[in-house]
Design a protein around this ligand. Structure first.
Ligand SMILES: [Zn+2]
Length: 347
């Protein structure tokens, strides 16, 4: 079943957009996963799964496993990072914060640093190609993720790496992974260090009902939070009082069964309360979506006008991990895009 209208999708594609919650591996094109799976001679039965558009939750998890198995060498990592940036640029995303967990794979000579450098190389190559083609420009920054399976030392290693690579486009730290694993106290010291080093912080939070952890995360005062699906009234009030912007991913929450239906999604109560919300994709490849589609879905589910869609898109600039001057450049870009669309409408 389609949850958006084609006419609205066209408008959302023309809308300049900001993507702040996108995982590198989850944003891979199906065709690329298929090509790499064949190259790695993975089980041919996986081809069906890769080609299937509307995936169930268990199929999504299987696909993440496949992606993990095929992204083992630096060249592939650079290639996928480059392709993902191009795909967001093609969807008229003007600023992208991509996130990824640096991986150590000693059997492939890969360290967290060499992995991250391969990602940065792909991002730079794609941005260079965009500029050379005089197509739509896209600015990209990287967040390094701490996986909840990691211990305190591994988390700190990621933070130190991010701090060292700040001049090359790493702007922040994310905490993500299976929400039922690990303890907040394990990663908090590393996250405190990230803050001390001038890195911004976003946390996947309240993906499952874990009031003690969610409260501790809110008291930590990260720069942004992701998801916030499972809150009781007290936590919701606490979250509102902090004003911490929240990254919300409609399709992801529906497919992973965190939310029952689009109209019931907590995007709307947050938005109606005037709390800062950012519409994001999470894993556009695995969940077969795009940021334009997420905007079109929001338009249908919450009856948003085009002016509201534009305002939601532009407001995301305030919540990027850019400095004030860079944010100002993006605002100018949005203004130019608005004038251009108006001129096209009048001609
Ligand atoms: Zn996520």
């Amino acid at each position: 079943m389609q949850h958006y209208c084609e006419e609205e999708l066209k408008f959302c594609q023309a809308l300049p957009k900001i993507e702040l919650h996108a995982h590198l591996n989850g944003s891979l094109r199906d065709a690329t996963i298929r090509k790499l799976a064949i190259k790695r001679q993975l089980d041919p039965s996986l081809t069906k799964l890769i080609e299937k558009g509307d995936r169930t939750l268990s199929e999504c998890f299987k696909l993440f496993d496949v992606i993990h198995q095929i992204t083992t060498d630096h060249e592939t990592i650079t290639g996928i990072a480059s392709e993902v940036v191009e795909d967001f640029a093609a969807d008229n995303v003007r600023y992208l914060e991509l996130r990824t967990t640096p991986k150590t794979r000693s059997e492939h000579g890969m360290t967290k640093r060499s992995y991250t450098e391969a990602v940065l190389k792909g991002m730079q190559e794609a941005q260079g190609r965009q500029r050379a083609s005089k197509g739509r420009s896209i600015a990209v920054r990287l967040l390094l993720s701490i996986d909840r399976r990691e211990d305190a030392a591994a988390a700190l290693e990621t933070v130190q790496l991010a701090a060292e690579l700040q001049s090359r486009g790493v702007v922040g730290i994310d905490l993500s992974g299976n929400p039922t694993l690990g303890q907040w106290s394990t990663w908090e010291p590393a996250l405190q260090e990230a803050r001390r080093q001038g890195l911004k912080i976003t946390l996947h939070a309240a993906e499952v009902y874990n009031p003690a952890e969610t409260e501790a995360m809110l008291h930590f005062r990260p720069d942004r939070l992701g998801h916030m699906c499972c809150l009781d009234e007290r936590l919701e009030a606490l979250h509102y009082s902090t004003g911490i912007p929240v990254e919300l991913c409609l399709s992801s929450n529906i497919i992973t069964e965190s939310v029952a239906s689009y109209p019931e999604h907590h995007f709307h109560p947050f938005y109606s309360a005037g709390h800062p919300v950012i519409l994001c994709t999470d894993d556009s490849g695995v969940f077969s979506t795009s940021l334009s589609k997420e905007f079109a879905i929001a338009a249908q589910a919450f009856q948003f006008s085009r002016l509201q869609l534009w305002q939601i898109s532009e407001a995301a600039i305030d919540h990027t991990f850019l400095n004030e001057e860079e944010k100002q450049d993006l605002r100018k870009e949005f203004e130019n895009a608005r004038l251009k669309l108006q001129a096209e409408k009048c001609s």
